[in-house]
Design a protein around this ligand. Structure first.
Ligand SMILES: Cc1cc2nc3c(=O)[nH]c(=O)nc-3n(C[C@H](O)[C@H](O)[C@H](O)COP(=O)(O)OP(=O)(O)OC[C@H]3O[C@@H](n4cnc5c(N)ncnc54)[C@H](O)[C@@H]3O)c2cc1C
Length: 323
Protein backbone atom coordinates (compact mmCIF):
# COMPACT_ATOMS: atom_id res chain seq x y z
CA UNK A 1 0.00 0.00 0.00
CA UNK A 2 1.40 3.41 -1.00
CA UNK A 3 1.31 6.37 1.39
CA UNK A 4 1.29 10.01 0.39
CA UNK A 5 1.85 13.04 2.62
CA UNK A 6 -1.48 14.56 3.68
CA UNK A 7 -2.62 17.57 1.64
CA UNK A 8 -4.45 20.46 3.23
CA UNK A 9 -7.47 19.45 1.16
CA UNK A 10 -8.32 16.10 -0.41
CA UNK A 11 -11.01 16.29 -3.11
CA UNK A 12 -12.97 13.35 -4.48
CA UNK A 13 -14.20 14.07 -8.01
CA UNK A 14 -12.43 15.83 -10.89
CA UNK A 15 -15.66 17.09 -12.46
CA UNK A 16 -16.10 20.83 -12.89
CA UNK A 17 -17.04 21.36 -9.22
CA UNK A 18 -13.99 19.55 -7.83
CA UNK A 19 -11.65 21.24 -10.30
CA UNK A 20 -12.99 24.75 -9.63
CA UNK A 21 -12.68 24.16 -5.89
CA UNK A 22 -9.11 22.90 -6.34
CA UNK A 23 -8.21 25.93 -8.47
CA UNK A 24 -9.55 28.39 -5.91
CA UNK A 25 -7.99 26.56 -2.94
CA UNK A 26 -4.62 26.44 -4.66
CA UNK A 27 -4.87 30.20 -5.37
CA UNK A 28 -5.46 30.68 -1.62
CA UNK A 29 -2.23 28.81 -0.82
CA UNK A 30 -3.61 25.38 0.18
CA UNK A 31 -2.08 22.14 -1.01
CA UNK A 32 -4.73 20.10 -2.83
CA UNK A 33 -5.00 16.53 -4.12
CA UNK A 34 -7.87 15.53 -6.43
CA UNK A 35 -8.86 11.89 -7.01
CA UNK A 36 -11.19 10.62 -9.74
CA UNK A 37 -12.21 7.12 -10.71
CA UNK A 38 -12.51 8.07 -14.40
CA UNK A 39 -9.80 7.78 -17.04
CA UNK A 40 -10.43 11.44 -17.97
CA UNK A 41 -11.06 14.65 -16.10
CA UNK A 42 -14.47 16.27 -16.30
CA UNK A 43 -17.03 13.70 -15.12
CA UNK A 44 -20.29 14.54 -16.86
CA UNK A 45 -18.53 17.05 -19.16
CA UNK A 46 -17.68 14.04 -21.31
CA UNK A 47 -16.34 13.71 -24.87
CA UNK A 48 -15.77 10.45 -26.73
CA UNK A 49 -14.08 9.52 -30.04
CA UNK A 50 -15.43 6.66 -32.08
CA UNK A 51 -14.72 5.68 -35.68
CA UNK A 52 -12.71 8.90 -36.08
CA UNK A 53 -15.61 11.17 -35.08
CA UNK A 54 -15.84 13.20 -31.86
CA UNK A 55 -18.98 13.29 -29.71
CA UNK A 56 -19.94 15.34 -26.66
CA UNK A 57 -22.12 12.78 -24.91
CA UNK A 58 -22.66 14.45 -21.52
CA UNK A 59 -23.14 18.20 -21.08
CA UNK A 60 -23.71 19.83 -24.47
CA UNK A 61 -23.03 23.49 -23.66
CA UNK A 62 -23.17 25.83 -20.68
CA UNK A 63 -24.64 29.22 -19.95
CA UNK A 64 -23.41 31.98 -17.66
CA UNK A 65 -25.57 33.98 -15.30
CA UNK A 66 -23.41 34.52 -12.22
CA UNK A 67 -20.66 37.17 -12.24
CA UNK A 68 -18.18 34.91 -10.40
CA UNK A 69 -18.46 32.29 -13.16
CA UNK A 70 -18.34 34.98 -15.87
CA UNK A 71 -14.81 35.92 -14.70
CA UNK A 72 -13.55 32.39 -15.37
CA UNK A 73 -15.46 32.11 -18.65
CA UNK A 74 -13.72 35.27 -19.89
CA UNK A 75 -10.32 33.77 -19.00
CA UNK A 76 -11.09 30.48 -20.81
CA UNK A 77 -12.37 32.38 -23.83
CA UNK A 78 -9.23 34.57 -23.92
CA UNK A 79 -7.12 31.37 -23.74
CA UNK A 80 -9.11 30.07 -26.76
CA UNK A 81 -10.42 27.01 -24.89
CA UNK A 82 -14.11 27.85 -25.27
CA UNK A 83 -16.30 29.64 -27.80
CA UNK A 84 -19.94 30.59 -28.23
CA UNK A 85 -21.86 27.93 -30.17
CA UNK A 86 -25.08 29.91 -30.46
CA UNK A 87 -27.16 32.50 -28.66
CA UNK A 88 -30.82 32.20 -27.88
CA UNK A 89 -33.40 34.68 -26.78
CA UNK A 90 -34.35 33.91 -23.18
CA UNK A 91 -36.54 36.99 -22.91
CA UNK A 92 -37.05 40.17 -24.87
CA UNK A 93 -33.94 41.97 -23.70
CA UNK A 94 -31.39 39.39 -22.61
CA UNK A 95 -29.47 36.72 -24.49
CA UNK A 96 -27.64 33.81 -22.89
CA UNK A 97 -24.89 32.51 -25.17
CA UNK A 98 -24.40 28.73 -25.28
CA UNK A 99 -20.70 28.16 -24.57
CA UNK A 100 -18.82 25.06 -25.73
CA UNK A 101 -15.17 23.98 -25.71
CA UNK A 102 -13.40 24.01 -29.08
CA UNK A 103 -12.17 20.42 -28.78
CA UNK A 104 -15.19 18.94 -27.05
CA UNK A 105 -16.64 19.79 -23.63
CA UNK A 106 -14.08 17.58 -21.93
CA UNK A 107 -11.21 19.84 -23.07
CA UNK A 108 -12.30 22.56 -20.61
CA UNK A 109 -11.88 20.44 -17.44
CA UNK A 110 -8.65 19.08 -18.95
CA UNK A 111 -7.40 22.66 -19.31
CA UNK A 112 -8.42 23.58 -15.73
CA UNK A 113 -6.65 20.48 -14.38
CA UNK A 114 -3.33 21.31 -16.06
CA UNK A 115 -1.78 22.97 -13.01
CA UNK A 116 -3.46 20.80 -10.37
CA UNK A 117 -2.46 17.53 -8.69
CA UNK A 118 -5.15 15.28 -10.13
CA UNK A 119 -4.89 11.48 -9.96
CA UNK A 120 -7.12 9.64 -12.46
CA UNK A 121 -8.29 6.00 -12.41
CA UNK A 122 -8.45 6.28 -8.60
CA UNK A 123 -11.76 4.89 -7.43
CA UNK A 124 -12.22 5.67 -3.75
CA UNK A 125 -13.88 2.69 -2.07
CA UNK A 126 -13.46 3.54 1.61
CA UNK A 127 -12.93 6.59 3.80
CA UNK A 128 -11.59 6.93 7.33
CA UNK A 129 -11.24 9.92 9.66
CA UNK A 130 -8.67 9.51 12.42
CA UNK A 131 -6.48 11.92 14.33
CA UNK A 132 -7.84 14.95 12.45
CA UNK A 133 -6.88 13.40 9.10
CA UNK A 134 -9.05 11.96 6.31
CA UNK A 135 -7.80 8.98 4.33
CA UNK A 136 -9.28 7.81 1.04
CA UNK A 137 -8.56 4.20 0.14
CA UNK A 138 -8.64 3.42 -3.57
CA UNK A 139 -9.60 0.27 -5.45
CA UNK A 140 -6.01 -0.15 -6.70
CA UNK A 141 -4.60 -0.39 -3.16
CA UNK A 142 -3.28 3.19 -2.95
CA UNK A 143 -4.42 5.68 -0.34
CA UNK A 144 -4.36 9.47 -0.10
CA UNK A 145 -4.93 11.71 2.88
CA UNK A 146 -5.87 15.28 3.66
CA UNK A 147 -6.76 17.48 6.61
CA UNK A 148 -10.07 18.57 5.04
CA UNK A 149 -12.15 16.35 2.74
CA UNK A 150 -14.30 17.73 -0.09
CA UNK A 151 -16.64 15.25 -1.82
CA UNK A 152 -18.15 16.37 -5.14
CA UNK A 153 -19.70 13.13 -6.41
CA UNK A 154 -23.46 12.83 -7.04
CA UNK A 155 -25.13 12.46 -3.62
CA UNK A 156 -26.00 8.70 -3.83
CA UNK A 157 -22.28 8.01 -4.44
CA UNK A 158 -21.34 10.42 -1.61
CA UNK A 159 -23.69 8.54 0.73
CA UNK A 160 -22.08 5.19 -0.12
CA UNK A 161 -18.60 6.61 0.53
CA UNK A 162 -19.51 8.24 3.84
CA UNK A 163 -21.26 5.06 5.03
CA UNK A 164 -17.82 3.41 5.10
CA UNK A 165 -16.75 5.75 7.96
CA UNK A 166 -19.52 4.54 10.33
CA UNK A 167 -19.90 7.86 12.12
CA UNK A 168 -22.94 10.15 12.26
CA UNK A 169 -23.10 13.20 10.01
CA UNK A 170 -24.50 16.62 10.94
CA UNK A 171 -28.26 16.72 10.33
CA UNK A 172 -28.09 19.19 7.39
CA UNK A 173 -25.72 16.83 5.53
CA UNK A 174 -27.82 13.79 6.39
CA UNK A 175 -30.94 15.56 5.16
CA UNK A 176 -29.35 16.58 1.84
CA UNK A 177 -27.91 13.14 1.22
CA UNK A 178 -31.20 11.38 1.96
CA UNK A 179 -33.40 13.66 -0.11
CA UNK A 180 -31.67 14.81 -3.30
CA UNK A 181 -32.77 12.74 -6.30
CA UNK A 182 -31.32 12.54 -9.81
CA UNK A 183 -32.73 11.84 -13.24
CA UNK A 184 -31.27 9.01 -15.30
CA UNK A 185 -30.14 9.57 -18.88
CA UNK A 186 -29.25 7.78 -22.08
CA UNK A 187 -27.02 9.08 -24.89
CA UNK A 188 -27.12 7.50 -28.33
CA UNK A 189 -24.11 8.34 -30.51
CA UNK A 190 -24.55 7.96 -34.26
CA UNK A 191 -21.60 8.02 -36.66
CA UNK A 192 -23.15 9.12 -39.94
CA UNK A 193 -22.02 8.53 -43.52
CA UNK A 194 -23.14 12.02 -44.58
CA UNK A 195 -23.76 15.38 -42.89
CA UNK A 196 -26.97 15.24 -40.84
CA UNK A 197 -28.79 18.06 -42.57
CA UNK A 198 -29.90 19.53 -39.22
CA UNK A 199 -30.71 23.23 -39.48
CA UNK A 200 -28.21 25.77 -38.06
CA UNK A 201 -26.84 25.85 -35.37
CA UNK A 202 -27.03 22.03 -35.23
CA UNK A 203 -28.63 21.57 -31.82
CA UNK A 204 -32.38 20.99 -31.31
CA UNK A 205 -34.30 20.61 -28.07
CA UNK A 206 -37.36 18.37 -28.46
CA UNK A 207 -40.63 18.22 -26.61
CA UNK A 208 -41.02 14.50 -27.33
CA UNK A 209 -41.81 11.51 -25.10
CA UNK A 210 -38.53 9.73 -25.93
CA UNK A 211 -36.06 12.21 -27.39
CA UNK A 212 -35.05 15.38 -25.57
CA UNK A 213 -32.10 16.70 -27.60
CA UNK A 214 -30.21 16.10 -30.85
CA UNK A 215 -26.86 17.74 -31.62
CA UNK A 216 -24.64 17.62 -34.67
CA UNK A 217 -21.06 17.54 -33.38
CA UNK A 218 -19.72 18.44 -36.83
CA UNK A 219 -21.84 21.61 -37.02
CA UNK A 220 -20.84 22.36 -33.44
CA UNK A 221 -17.25 22.39 -34.69
CA UNK A 222 -15.75 19.60 -32.57
CA UNK A 223 -15.83 16.73 -35.08
CA UNK A 224 -14.42 16.65 -38.62
CA UNK A 225 -16.69 13.71 -39.43
CA UNK A 226 -20.51 13.52 -39.26
CA UNK A 227 -21.51 12.64 -35.69
CA UNK A 228 -24.88 12.99 -33.92
CA UNK A 229 -25.53 12.94 -30.18
CA UNK A 230 -29.07 12.05 -29.15
CA UNK A 231 -30.22 12.43 -25.56
CA UNK A 232 -33.33 10.55 -24.59
CA UNK A 233 -35.80 11.69 -21.98
CA UNK A 234 -35.24 10.54 -18.42
CA UNK A 235 -38.44 8.47 -18.62
CA UNK A 236 -37.17 6.58 -21.65
CA UNK A 237 -33.72 6.06 -20.06
CA UNK A 238 -35.36 4.66 -16.91
CA UNK A 239 -37.79 2.41 -18.80
CA UNK A 240 -35.04 0.91 -20.99
CA UNK A 241 -32.25 0.87 -18.37
CA UNK A 242 -31.72 -2.90 -18.61
CA UNK A 243 -32.34 -3.26 -22.33
CA UNK A 244 -29.42 -4.30 -24.52
CA UNK A 245 -27.43 -1.76 -26.53
CA UNK A 246 -29.08 -3.02 -29.77
CA UNK A 247 -32.61 -2.84 -28.33
CA UNK A 248 -32.14 0.77 -27.23
CA UNK A 249 -30.69 1.82 -30.59
CA UNK A 250 -33.50 0.12 -32.49
CA UNK A 251 -36.18 1.87 -30.42
CA UNK A 252 -34.59 5.29 -30.86
CA UNK A 253 -33.94 4.83 -34.58
CA UNK A 254 -37.62 4.01 -34.99
CA UNK A 255 -38.46 7.39 -33.44
CA UNK A 256 -35.80 9.28 -35.40
CA UNK A 257 -37.28 8.14 -38.74
CA UNK A 258 -40.22 10.48 -38.23
CA UNK A 259 -37.90 13.42 -37.42
CA UNK A 260 -35.14 13.11 -40.07
CA UNK A 261 -33.51 10.83 -42.64
CA UNK A 262 -30.07 9.55 -41.71
CA UNK A 263 -27.45 7.22 -43.21
CA UNK A 264 -25.85 5.50 -40.21
CA UNK A 265 -22.33 3.99 -40.21
CA UNK A 266 -22.17 2.95 -36.53
CA UNK A 267 -23.82 3.53 -33.16
CA UNK A 268 -22.90 3.51 -29.48
CA UNK A 269 -24.88 4.06 -26.28
CA UNK A 270 -23.98 5.49 -22.89
CA UNK A 271 -26.17 5.18 -19.78
CA UNK A 272 -26.07 7.97 -17.21
CA UNK A 273 -27.07 7.04 -13.66
CA UNK A 274 -27.10 10.73 -12.75
CA UNK A 275 -27.80 13.51 -15.22
CA UNK A 276 -29.34 16.42 -13.29
CA UNK A 277 -30.50 16.68 -9.67
CA UNK A 278 -34.30 17.03 -9.56
CA UNK A 279 -34.36 18.87 -6.21
CA UNK A 280 -30.95 20.46 -5.55
CA UNK A 281 -30.06 21.76 -2.11
CA UNK A 282 -30.58 25.50 -1.65
CA UNK A 283 -27.12 26.05 -0.13
CA UNK A 284 -24.25 25.95 -2.61
CA UNK A 285 -22.13 23.67 -0.42
CA UNK A 286 -22.29 22.23 3.09
CA UNK A 287 -19.33 22.31 5.48
CA UNK A 288 -18.85 20.74 8.88
CA UNK A 289 -15.88 22.58 10.46
CA UNK A 290 -15.80 19.95 13.26
CA UNK A 291 -15.47 17.03 10.87
CA UNK A 292 -13.36 18.98 8.34
CA UNK A 293 -15.79 17.78 5.72
CA UNK A 294 -17.48 19.63 2.81
CA UNK A 295 -20.04 18.42 0.28
CA UNK A 296 -20.42 20.15 -3.10
CA UNK A 297 -21.33 19.47 -6.74
CA UNK A 298 -24.42 20.09 -8.83
CA UNK A 299 -26.65 18.68 -6.07
CA UNK A 300 -25.76 21.87 -4.19
CA UNK A 301 -25.08 24.57 -6.77
CA UNK A 302 -28.13 23.76 -8.81
CA UNK A 303 -28.20 21.55 -11.87
CA UNK A 304 -25.84 22.12 -14.77
CA UNK A 305 -22.23 23.12 -15.38
CA UNK A 306 -22.49 26.65 -14.03
CA UNK A 307 -24.21 25.53 -10.82
CA UNK A 308 -21.55 22.86 -10.24
CA UNK A 309 -18.68 25.28 -10.89
CA UNK A 310 -20.19 27.84 -8.49
CA UNK A 311 -20.72 25.12 -5.89
CA UNK A 312 -17.02 24.25 -6.11
CA UNK A 313 -16.04 27.91 -5.71
CA UNK A 314 -18.41 28.29 -2.74
CA UNK A 315 -16.96 25.15 -1.14
CA UNK A 316 -13.42 26.47 -1.53
CA UNK A 317 -14.38 29.65 0.32
CA UNK A 318 -15.98 27.68 3.17
CA UNK A 319 -12.96 25.36 3.42
CA UNK A 320 -10.52 28.29 3.53
CA UNK A 321 -12.47 29.63 6.52
CA UNK A 322 -12.52 26.18 8.19
CA UNK A 323 -8.81 25.22 7.91
C1 LIG B 1 -26.36 13.56 -20.50
C2 LIG B 1 -26.11 14.83 -19.77
C3 LIG B 1 -26.38 16.05 -20.39
C4 LIG B 1 -26.16 17.26 -19.74
N1 LIG B 1 -26.35 18.43 -20.40
C5 LIG B 1 -25.97 19.59 -19.82
C6 LIG B 1 -25.95 20.80 -20.57
O1 LIG B 1 -26.20 20.81 -21.78
N2 LIG B 1 -25.59 21.93 -19.93
C7 LIG B 1 -25.23 21.95 -18.61
O2 LIG B 1 -24.89 23.01 -18.08
N3 LIG B 1 -25.20 20.79 -17.88
C8 LIG B 1 -25.55 19.63 -18.47
N4 LIG B 1 -25.49 18.46 -17.76
C9 LIG B 1 -25.16 18.51 -16.31
C10 LIG B 1 -23.68 18.77 -16.06
O3 LIG B 1 -22.90 17.95 -16.88
C11 LIG B 1 -23.40 18.49 -14.59
O4 LIG B 1 -24.29 19.24 -13.78
C12 LIG B 1 -21.97 18.85 -14.17
O5 LIG B 1 -21.03 18.50 -15.15
C13 LIG B 1 -21.70 18.15 -12.85
O6 LIG B 1 -20.39 18.44 -12.42
P1 LIG B 1 -19.92 17.89 -11.00
O7 LIG B 1 -18.48 18.23 -10.84
O8 LIG B 1 -20.86 18.39 -9.96
O9 LIG B 1 -20.13 16.31 -11.06
P2 LIG B 1 -19.46 15.23 -12.03
O10 LIG B 1 -19.13 15.81 -13.34
O11 LIG B 1 -20.36 14.05 -11.99
O12 LIG B 1 -18.09 14.90 -11.27
C14 LIG B 1 -18.02 13.98 -10.21
C15 LIG B 1 -16.78 13.11 -10.42
O13 LIG B 1 -16.66 12.20 -9.32
C16 LIG B 1 -16.06 11.02 -9.81
N5 LIG B 1 -16.36 9.95 -8.85
C17 LIG B 1 -17.55 9.40 -8.52
N6 LIG B 1 -17.40 8.44 -7.58
C18 LIG B 1 -16.06 8.37 -7.31
C19 LIG B 1 -15.27 7.57 -6.46
N7 LIG B 1 -15.82 6.64 -5.66
N8 LIG B 1 -13.93 7.75 -6.45
C20 LIG B 1 -13.36 8.69 -7.24
N9 LIG B 1 -14.06 9.48 -8.10
C21 LIG B 1 -15.39 9.33 -8.12
C22 LIG B 1 -16.71 10.81 -11.17
O14 LIG B 1 -15.88 9.99 -11.99
C23 LIG B 1 -16.82 12.25 -11.68
O15 LIG B 1 -15.74 12.60 -12.53
C24 LIG B 1 -25.68 17.23 -18.40
C25 LIG B 1 -25.40 16.02 -17.77
C26 LIG B 1 -25.59 14.83 -18.45
C27 LIG B 1 -25.20 13.53 -17.79
Amino acid sequence: MQHHNPSDVLIIGAGISGLMAATKLKESGSSVTVLDKGRNHGGRMATRTFDGAIFDHGAQFFTVRQPIFQTYVEQWSAADIIKIWFESECNQSKKHPRWVAHQGMNSLPKHIAKNLDVYLSKEVIKLSYNHQKWTAFCQDGTDYSGIHLLITTPTPQTTRLLETTHFPLPSNMQHALQNIRYEKGLSILLRLNDPSGLPEPGGIKYDHPKISWIADNQMKGISNLPALTIHTTSDFATATWKYTHDEKIELILDEIKSLMTLSIKGAQTHRWGYTLPINPNKEKSLTSPDLHLTLAGDAFGGPRVEGSACSGLHAAKQITLAI
